[in-house]
Write a protein that binds this ligand. Structure first.
Ligand SMILES: C[S@@+](CC[C@H](N)C(=O)[O-])C[C@H]1O[C@@H](n2cnc3c(N)ncnc32)[C@H](O)[C@@H]1O
Length: 220
């Protein structure tokens, strides 16, 4: 079985825009954000990132952490599910120029505005139906993506990640460990449809047959 392990410990801590978004995110803002279009990536903070731009501080150290932790060969095949504009793929390409990199995202906007050189590595599609052969990748990573699906689709996405991975997988999902974190997450959440207590996630992973590693995004 997979391990609960924080491989994002070198990822910079972000300030959650809870206060900027006010007391509660409106259904209308959620509906806009869930299109994963310009308003989500490059609109204002009420409907998403408020400008999703590349900076090496995000993933440079994190991709090194993945490579070292999993002992990846220099030509490893790596898939990023929910790769957005390909920022993590780009940092992998700098660290491991011989790696066989692939990304998939639901958002045509993100691909159209991908980091230079990355668009050709990105497929448009959903995590719940990955267009890859069984056992195609040495490592499949999915950061803050599968929780955007409803429960059944999320379980399908987990099975798909498991299916296309021949060795390792690592995902992160929105979760809470106590009522305070649950309250904060519900207030902060814009796009997630499936989020639960960490213990319930673990049971959910087992039920879906997901055997990879995992970590949490917690609204602290
Ligand atoms: C919170 S962003 C994370 C982006 C990137 N992984 C990162 O950590 O910077 C979530 C991403 O999931 C994508 N997404 C949402 N639903 C998806 C789905 N069903 N299949 C694939 N990608 C999806 C969105 O377009 C967006 O790029």
């Amino acid at each position: 079985m997979g391990k609960e392990i924080n491989l994002l410990d070198r990822y910079p801590k972000s300030k959650r825009p809870i206060d900027e978004r006010g007391r509660l995110v409106s259904d209308e803002q959620r509906a806009i954000a869930r299109k994963f279009d310009v308003e989500y990536f490059d609109g204002d903070r009420l409907t998403g990132y408020g400008g999703y731009r590349y900076h090496p501080r995000f993933f440079t150290e994190t991709v090194r952490r993945f490579r070292d932790h999993y002992g990846l060969a220099e030509d490893a095949a790596i898939l990023d599910v929910g790769c957005a504009k390909g920022f993590m793929l780009y940092d992998f390409s700098l660290l491991m120029p011989k790696a066989r990199l692939r990304g998939i995202d639901i958002s045509p906007y993100a691909k159209a505005h991908a980091k230079e050189g990355m668009a050709e590595l990105i497929d448009i599609g959903s995590a719940e139906e990955l267009p890859y052969e069984d056992d195609s990748f040495d490592l499949v990573i999915s950061i803050n993506t599968v929780h955007n699906l409803d429960r059944d689709a999320c379980a399908r996405a987990l099975r798909e990640i498991q299916r296309v991975s021949r060795a390792h997988a690592f995902i992160t999902v929105d979760a809470w460990r106590n009522e305070e974190e649950r309250r904060r997450l519900e207030k902060w959440n814009l796009t997630a449809r499936t989020f639960m207590h960490v213990d319930d996630w673990k049971a959910f992973f087992a039920e879906a047959g997901y055997k990879g590693d995992y970590w949490w995004f917690i609204a602290e």
